[in-house]
Design a protein around this ligand. Structure first.
Ligand SMILES: Cc1cc2nc3c(=O)[nH]c(=O)nc-3n(C[C@H](O)[C@H](O)[C@H](O)COP(=O)(O)OP(=O)(O)OC[C@H]3O[C@@H](n4cnc5c(N)ncnc54)[C@H](O)[C@@H]3O)c2cc1C
Length: 515
């Protein structure tokens, strides 16, 4: 049984179910409803850890990033980072340019080659940059999640379910005891408060920032624990039309990004120690982000809170050895994950982690389960990646046959075949059939959002949407790119709710907008 449906729990369930084990997965909120919806959406090699000379970690993350790009070519995409070097920075420009080349090498030259920019070339590439305090910059590649982090996590959950995993969101584990060599897990349906009991041979604690809290409830002693670093992002109208990440060094010396997200730019992040996993952005956090970005751009008027469409805020759960916390240098804390095994109690705890490294986490959890004496029926079965290219060819043929090869998403102008394949994989084929049979299925339902009727029908059937927020914030990114007032007024939202929730549409709508 896997507890927690963020990225770590999702890959654990996908890997174990994909390899033939009987798996249960629960999350007390929605899948990816906590940390895994608040990231920077990057699959990156951790260029910044080169400063602390963690080259082994950088190499590992670069390899993981490359593997993700190869496995999910339509979702995890290479993107250029344009970095501005401030005059007088603690590292000289050429040192950082060389660093970018070393980073490229550590990534096995998988991405496009880095390049140096003089000030004039930076200005010509991105006129929005304020270069008055810069002596140049450089460009390098990493990758980003085209839809968003939560949708990426959902892909693993769906895959686990398709392989027979019994999954439930809004089910909380309240305790567990080990009796007669089996875990007896007590859980609660969060909506109805009904109690459930689940029996499992092995328990995987993938509760992210709540791993320690669950272990305490279970009486499990571990060698690692978490400390938390808070990070926020603000979403504002698109700052540059180009599909690239603008990279700066913020006033605290840390890298700071402007990342494209549809019609918005996502700015951040911060890195502040906090004691508790549940946090909200403070005015200081917001001021830090806005002041830093305003200082580095030449906008017609500085960005302020009236420009903010949505906020993201989460804590990075960082793994530290028990007993080492107090003396640790915060910024130097390692961002490596740890899969800790309690052989006696047959329990696995996942500490730390990154979306980027998720495939390794899945593999390591499977290894841990094997080490605990559970025989894995298909130990080498593939449990991740996009469906076979032959299916993609079939999709393109179908689209051509139906005259839909050039059909585009109404708002973004993206080819429909590309959008449906990226988001739904093999299901895209039947969606094409649906659109062909009834052209209304290819119409956008919510004014201002790119969501087609056939996507909503599929979401209602296959995406375990319990609350409207699950759909608006995680299966889609509508709530991140559309201001709330606009969304509330949007023609078609009611119809979307009817498709998703049937008779309970009104109740779900009211609940969402009364929060
Ligand atoms: C600001 C920020 C930026 C980041 N940027 C990046 C990035 O660009 N790239 C990258 O690779 N990584 C990034 N990360 C790191 C990455 O997002 C996290 O490491 C990762 O999402 C953690 O996933 P998780 O599954 O461990 O935790 P979570 O996503 O928090 O999942 C844990 C789940 O457990 C559930 N749970 C807890 N207790 C219980 C219980 N008792 N019963 C049932 N369920 C329970 C919770 O509801 C939650 O959904 C970033 C993190 C932050 C905060």
């Amino acid at each position: 049984m896997v507890v927690g449906g963020g990225i770590n729990g999702a890959v654990s369930a996908a890997c174990l179910a994909g390899r033939g084990l009987k798996v249960a997965l629960v999350d007390r909120g929605d899948f990816a409803g906590f940390t895994s919806q608040e990231s920077s959406n990057l699959a990156w090699g951790g260029i910044k850890y080169m400063e602390s000379l963690e080259l082994g970690l950088v190499r590992k993350l670069c390899v993981s990033r490359n593997h993700l790009i190869r496995s999910y070519p339509s979702t995890v995409r290479e993107i250029r980072f344009l970095a501005v070097h401030p005059r007088g920075f603690r590292h000289g420009l050429w040192k950082l340019v060389l660093g970018a080349f070393l980073y490229w090498l550590l990534g096995s030259f998988f991405t496009k080659r880095p390049r140096h920019h003089g000030v004039a070339s930076l200005a010509a590439t991105e006129p929005v940059l304020d270069l008055s305090a810069s002596d140049g910059g450089f460009e390098y590649s990493d990758a980003y999640l085209h839809d968003n982090d939560a949708r990426f996590v959902w892909g693993f959950i769906r895959r686990a379910l398709d392989r027979g995993c019994a999954g439930a969101n809004y089910v909380e584990v309240t305790g567990a005891t080990r009796e007669g060599g089996v875990w007896r897990v007590s859980a609660r349906d969060v909506e109805t408060s009904d109690a459930l009991t689940i029996h499992a041979r092995v328990l995987v604690n993938a509760c992210g920032p709540f791993v320690d809290a669950l272990n305490e409830k279970l009486g499990t002693k571990t060698r690692f624990r978490h400390v938390f670093s808070k990070g926020i992002h603000l979403l504002v109208p698109r700052i540059t039309p180009h599909e690239r990440v603008l990279t700066f060094f913020a006033d605290d010396g840390r890298p700071f990004f402007v990342i494209p997200m549809g019609a918005r730019s996502c700015i951040g992040t911060t890195d502040t120690p906090v004691d508790q996993p549940i946090t909200t952005p403070t005015d200081d956090d917001r001021r830090f982000v806005l002041d830093n970005v305003n200082k580095r751009l030449t906008l017609e008027r500085p960005l302020d809170m009236s420009d903010v469409v949505a906020e993201r805020c989460g804590v990075r759960p960082l793994a530290v050895a028990v007993g080492s916390g107090e003396s640790t240098d915060w910024m130097q804390l390692s961002r490596k994950h740890v899969v800790e095994v309690d052989a006696e109690r047959k329990q696995v705890s996942i500490f730390g982690g990154k979306l980027t490294d998720c495939l390794n986490v899945g593999e390591e959890v499977a290894q841990a389960i094997t080490d605990l004496g559970v025989a894995i029926p298909r130990p080498t079965a593939t449990w991740y990646g996009e469906p076979a290219p032959a299916l993609h060819d079939e999709l393109l043929q179908k689209a051509a046959q139906y005259g839909l090869a050039e059909a585009k998403s109404p708002k973004t102008g993206e080819l429909l075949t590309a959008r449906l394949w990226r988001r739904y994989g093999a299901e895209a084929l039947r969606m094409m059939d649906d659109i062909h049979a009834d052209p209304r299925m290819g119409e956008a339902v919510i004014d201002g959002a790119d969501y087609l009727r056939c996507e909503l029908e599929l979401a209602a059937e296959r995406e375990m949407i319990v609350e409207l927020d699950d759909f608006l914030r995680r299966r889609s990114k509508i709530a991140l790119v559309m201001p709330r007032e606009e969304l509330e007024r949007a023609e078609g939202l009611k119809e979307a709710c009817h498709i998703l929730f049937g008779d309970r549409a009104e109740q779900k709508l009211n609940r969402y907008f009364s929060r």
